[in-house]
Design a protein around this ligand. Structure first.
Ligand SMILES: [Zn+2]
Length: 435
């Protein structure tokens, strides 16, 4: 089984934790170079740290803290040493910006290279990076890692779907990186253009930048006849390369020599035990320009706690698939739910095509919430057999209700009816605030 950096990826737990403590101390000391952290860390004495859990005496850093320190407030190196800036993809409020030194870029590329090799790709592969370049970290992050591994890298970006397919075909692309919604769209266009999606040389897909369900992964694997690997990262933590699945696909290994992970209760901030679901809180352990302590990611997941080390041999802990962001949680008729729960149900029906949208509304005298799920079906379902459609409607309604308690209204659409995005999909529309 191939490794990019076998020594560090298989480091015994005690040595890995010693390394974390050492790097945590260095990181805290480095953070004190900024006014913000100097004030925050007044009561912290990192010289007393002896285990990674000692990180819990440090206050959290939030997205608002990053915004408040826009632009260079959290930078710990002289301006001349910064070579790259990225920005988070947040759609509300002021942007947050992240800076990197040359060494940071190299460390990042190395982490991504570990992920790529862990998923079974190598320098003989042709890699098509079907994701946004620019300030968004998904593009350049994977790009540098892929070149580090030595793959022929095609920086195709998103959009111009027919050209993407042409490139895949002409250059025998074997590995791609994309959001789940866009690669499913690409597969639809393949069919429309007369291709069989299985006839390409594709063998591995890196799928990330959007929470998605296990059912969606299986859908992508089946349609394209590939192995799809789940990727986790966010610009505040560099971008891709934070955590990634190995060939076992039983959770994503988070690179603990570079990231110190905690899972906390998002309401009480109490640190949770392995196996309990909560918000991921991450401290960077190996960053020069802009280290971040105990960053509240807003992402919900848990540490995989099956009592065993992964059979791939890597000692770094695994996190579950991201269930959603804390702020993705929907409350309909007083019930909490995540879009990923609905997606999981929909994608388990083979009649359902690749796109859907959840619409929440409030109407009528009593102003009750309503939940409508618009679902695209494959063309073969629109052959005039209404009984077949009604049966499917009943089955989907019941399955969704079993999962989320609330009874949805299901609307069927022909494929291509819902708006298509080329980056992240808009899965939820909330009309309840509109009058
Ligand atoms: Zn593994």
């Amino acid at each position: 089984m191939p490794f990019w950096d076998k020594h560090i990826e298989t480091l015994p737990r005690n040595e890995l934790e010693d390394l974390q403590v050492k790097r945590l101390k260095d990181t805290v000391a480095r953070c004190r170079k900024t006014v913000f952290y100097r004030n925050r860390l007044k009561s912290v004495d990192e010289s007393q740290f002896s285990t990674p859990e000692d990180v819990s005496v440090i206050p959290f850093t939030t997205k608002d803290d990053l915004r408040a320190n826009y632009d260079f407030g959290l930078v710990t190196v002289p301006r001349e040493e910064i070579v790259r800036m990225h920005s988070s993809s947040g759609t509300t409020g002021k942007a947050t910006v992240i800076f990197h030194t040359i060494k940071d870029i190299e460390t990042w590329a190395d982490l991504v290279a570990r992920c790529i090799v862990m998923a079974g790709a190598n320098r003989a592969d042709v890699f098509q990076n079907i994701i946004s370049y620019g300030m968004f970290t998904g593009g350049l992050g994977l790009h540098y890692g892929a070149e580090r591994v030595g793959m022929l890298t095609i920086p195709s970006g998103v959009g111009n779907t027919k050209r993407q397919i042409q490139l895949m075909h002409d250059f025998n692309t074997t590995v791609f990186h994309a959001t789940p919604s866009y690669i499913l769209y690409v597969s639809e266009v393949m069919v429309r253009e007369g291709f069989d999606p299985k006839e390409f040389d594709l063998r591995i897909g890196f799928v990330g930048a959007e929470p998605h369900s296990e059912q969606t992964r299986q859908r992508i694997e089946d349609i394209l006849d590939i192995n799809a690997f789940n990727s986790y990262g966010m610009s505040e933590l560099n971008g891709p390369g934070v955590a990634f699945e190995c060939e076992q696909k039983s959770g994503m290994h988070i690179w603990e020599d570079s990231y110190l992970l905690e899972v906390v209760n998002p309401d009480t901030c109490e640190v949770l035990a392995p196996g309990e679901e909560g918000e991921l809180v991450v401290t960077t352990l190996n960053r020069e320009a802009m280290p971040i302590l105990r960053y509240r990611t807003g992402d919900l997941a848990r540490i995989v706690d099956d009592g065993e080390e992964c059979s791939c041999g890597r000692t770094h802990v695994r996190i579950s698939r991201i269930k959603g962001r804390c702020d993705d949680m929907l409350i309909v008729k007083g019930v909490n739910m995540y879009p990923s729960q609905i997606e999981d149900v929909l994608m388990s029906f083979p009649e359902v095509a690749t796109s859907y949208q959840i619409i929440m509304d409030r109407a009528g005298k009593k102003a009750l919430d309503s939940l409508t799920v618009q679902v695209e079906l494959y063309p073969k379902m629109f052959d005039g057999d209404l009984k077949k459609l009604r049966t499917l409607e009943t089955d989907i309604t019941r399955s969704v209700q079993d999962e989320i308690v609330v009874r949805p209204k299901i609307e069927f659409l022909e494929p291509g009816s819902l708006p298509r995005s080329e980056g992240k999909a808009v899965r939820v529309v909330d009309k309840r605030g509109e009058m």
